[in-house]
Write a protein that binds this ligand. Structure first.
Ligand code: FES
Length: 127
């Protein structure tokens, strides 16, 4: 018997730094479906990865405003909850999952349980 929790996290190749550093936020599609999509942020010279659907009611965090102050955070566009890009924590007590990001030989990787892609997955997974 398997469940999503049985999957081991591994480094997923996302793309070249030269391209990914041009935008503050991009949506990365998960092979596990919409609820597992991830935002890749590039803010103040650092990458951060966080679940793309807000822990409150599923708002699209990739469309949120990003604050570049002492604390780097994104504000959900639906109800303005704040989420720390580094920890995923919100002053509301909610928390987003965050994921490790690494840069190796000019390529960006995110550690995640599913495949991640900048393009939507077109194949529907069979159970
Ligand atoms: S859905 Fe994000 S704050 Fe409500």
């Amino acid at each position: 018997m398997t469940s999503p929790d049985d999957k081991s996290f591994s480094w997923r190749q996302i793309g070249p730094f030269s391209e990914l550093s041009k935008k503050k936020c991009r949506l990365m599609y998960s092979s596990d479906g919409r609820d597992a999509d991830v935002c890749l942020f590039y803010v103040c010279g650092e990458f951060f990865a966080m679940d793309a659907r807000c822990a409150h009611s599923g708002g699209p965090l990739c469309d949120g405003d990003i604050e570049e102050a002492d604390v780097l955070q994104v504000f959900c566009p639906w109800h303005d909850y704040d989420f720390n890009l580094r920890t995923g924590k919100s002053s509301t007590g909610l928390e987003q999952h965050v994921y490790e990001v690494k840069l190796e030989n000019g390529t960006v990787y995110v550690k995640h349980a599913s495949d991640l892609s900048l393009q939507p997955f077109t194949l529907v997974k069979e159970n």
